[in-house]
Ligand binder design. Structure first.
Ligand SMILES: Cc1cc2nc3c(=O)[nH]c(=O)nc-3n(C[C@H](O)[C@H](O)[C@H](O)COP(=O)(O)OP(=O)(O)OC[C@H]3O[C@@H](n4cnc5c(N)ncnc54)[C@H](O)[C@@H]3O)c2cc1C
Ligand SMILES: NC(=O)c1ccc[n+]([C@@H]2O[C@H](COP(=O)([O-])OP(=O)(O)OC[C@H]3O[C@@H](n4cnc5c(N)ncnc54)[C@H](O)[C@@H]3O)[C@@H](O)[C@H]2O)c1
Length: 483
């Protein structure tokens, strides 16, 4: 490809980052901190899906309901919290977090970090080259001396339901940005988005029905997680229907009501339908063919986030697009590793992996924490018992009802929670943990430290949790293990 741009003005940087979401932003920041130069190309808003249409607005929608439930779970406080949530205030608070998509603050942050921002759609145009098409159609050429980092995220997948494109179906975008509360909401899916958004919109007054194709929520988690969430949703008044798929939807032009037909012959009416059935790569229009890669695929990477199947050390992919661990904190973790690898290789060293180096995002494979802000909260890290057995580990699982911990009873009158540890018996270390119940999302980091640190259970007996905290569940789990 050398020579193509000989007569064209090109901006050259050490690293060109395509996509200014959590992964891209952190990669650029770390590159610059390593003494190299970087530019960020962003098609919509710096901060990515996470800041405006995913993590941040969804948690902002969930927090008021959780705060009210927490107060109502303590006698004495319960009597002081009698009113319903104020949807207008909740939506206004959410908008304060997202700025309604205005990325001025994040763009200023990039500027302050010494990272130029090029607005437009980035595409690979051969090795180490990116073309950016601006909103006015002008094309700008960027050249990377060292590497191109792709952090361009994903888009929502849609289920094969007839009529879906004619009703203004909600995806995560509408579900996190809507300016009014639908009276009746049907949610297709049984994963994290479905569970969190059902919880949030129910708390704001929607009548919510979940259509779950599988026989459980949160499949892929320990069964206790999905069981506790379905129990919680049902107790709130959300209808959860298992083994049911929507087949056809249509919106009445006059009443605006949507009729949903399901494969068990039933119909139900609603005001909005949220499709929450996972994500798909958006790599069709990324110029992958220009470097010999197939368009439309996920981008597999090694532990340094270097794209596999390509000659040379120049193309990296961080965040959702590499399909390793589709979470914001893991996108940022990968970005830190990726930037360290690029800097290491720029210094002429190979950045080999395998020993917990700064340039290895190896925790993607054994210690991915996830916090789900349903009612009750659920959180997990590492392997499920099933996954550990399938990986051939000599596994022993230990379980404990968190309700029986003194700190939990003091925390909430109706505390209900479950803890499960998965122990690799051959090494005597924790390889997985799942928690449900109040504070689960905060507690999970203790398990992450134990897993990543490979702390022997024998040694954990000396890590004494304070009385009376919910953390005393660790003591009980060790006792249940026999220590
Ligand atoms: C409803 C919902 C809630 C979630 N909640 C959480 C949560 O609580 N915690 C959590 O950890 N994760 C959560 N996630 C997942 C999280 O949003 C993603 O893992 C995270 O956003 C991935 O970051 P990323 O940088 O890979 O991509 P993104 O955040 O998607 O950012 C990609 C950026 O690249 C830009 N871009 C795309 N193509 C181009 C191009 N060709 N040229 C230039 N720019 C381009 C996009 O405009 C975007 O700004 C949630 C997801 C959803 C859907
Ligand atoms: N709190 C958090 O950390 C958080 C919150 C929301 C989203 N996320 C991230 O966002 C990603 C996307 O979340 P998601 O809930 O969309 O995906 P998911 O993969 O978690 O769940 C998808 C669900 O849709 C179902 N499904 C798939 N195809 C279907 C079809 N054709 N018809 C009906 N059901 C179908 C699956 O069985 C599953 O229940 C997750 O992987 C997660 O990492 C994280």
């Amino acid at each position: 490809m050398e020579g193509i741009y000989e007569n064209t003005y090109e901006d050259t940087y050490d690293v060109v980052v395509v996509g200014g979401g959590p992964g891209g932003e952190v990669a650029a920041d770390r590159i610059v901190r390593a003494g190299l130069t970087a530019v960020v190309v962003e098609a919509e808003a710096v901060g990515g899906e996470c800041s405006y249409r995913a993590c941040v607005p969804s948690k902002a929608l969930l927090r008021p309901g959780a705060a009210r439930a927490a107060a109502r779970s303590v006698d004495g406080a319960r009597q002081a919290v009698t009113a319903e949530l104020d949807p207008a205030q909740v939506l206004a608070r959410r908008d304060r977090f997202t700025g309604r998509g205005d990325d001025t603050g994040q763009a200023e942050w990039l500027n302050g970090a010494g990272i130029p921002l090029v607005r437009g759609h980035g595409r690979l145009a051969g090795e180490r080259r990116v073309e950016v098409t601006g909103a006015d159609g002008t094309v700008r050429a960027l050249r990377a001396r060292l590497a191109v980092v792709l952090g361009k995220g994903t888009e929502p997948a849609l289920p094969p339901v007839e009529g879906l494109d004619g009703i203004g179906v909600w995806t995560n975008r509408q579900a996190t940005t809507a300016g009014s509360v639908p009276r009746r909401l049907v949610v297709i899916g049984g994963g994290v988005v479905a569970c969190e958004m059902a919880t949030a919109w129910h708390s704001l007054g929607s009548s919510v029905t979940l259509l779950v194709r599988d026989q459980a929520l949160l499949t892929g988690w320990e069964p206790c997680a999905g069981e506790e969430v379905v129990r919680g949703l049902t107790a709130l008044g959300v209808t959860v229907r298992f083994g049911v798929s929507a087949t056809r939807v249509a919106r009445d032009a006059t009443t605006r009501t949507v009729t949903v037909e399901t494969d068990d012959g039933a119909t139900l009416d609603c005001d909005e339908v949220l499709a929450a059935v996972g994500r798909r790569p958006r790599t069709a229009d990324l110029g992958l063919q220009s470097v010999g890669l197939r368009a439309g695929d996920w981008l597999p990477v090694d532990d340094t986030c270097r794209v596999t199947g390509l000659e040379g050390d120049w193309l990296y992919a961080v965040g959702d697009i590499n399909h390793r661990a589709p979470l914001t904190h893991m996108a940022k973790y990968q970005a830190r590793a990726c930037a360290a690898a690029i800097a290491e290789r720029a210094a002429g060293r190979p950045a080999d992996t395998g020993g917990r180096q700064a340039w290895s995002a190896e925790a993607d494979r054994f210690a991915v924490p996830q916090a789900v802000f349903t009612h009750p909260e659920v959180a997990s890290v590492g392997l499920t018992e099933r996954a550990a057995r399938e990986a051939g580990l000599a596994v022993r699982a230990v379980e404990y009802r968190i309700d029986d911990v003194a700190g939990a009873a003091l925390h909430a009158d109706d505390y209900r929670g479950h803890a499960k540890l998965v122990v690799d018996e051959s090494r005597g270390v924790v390889v997985g943990c799942t928690l449900t119940g109040p504070l689960a999302t905060e507690l999970i980091h203790t398990a992450t430290v134990a897993i990543v640190g490979e702390v022997p259970l024998e040694r954990l007996r000396h890590a004494v949790p304070a009385f009376p905290t919910v953390s005393e569940v660790w003591l009980r789990l060790l006792e249940a293990y026999g220590l």
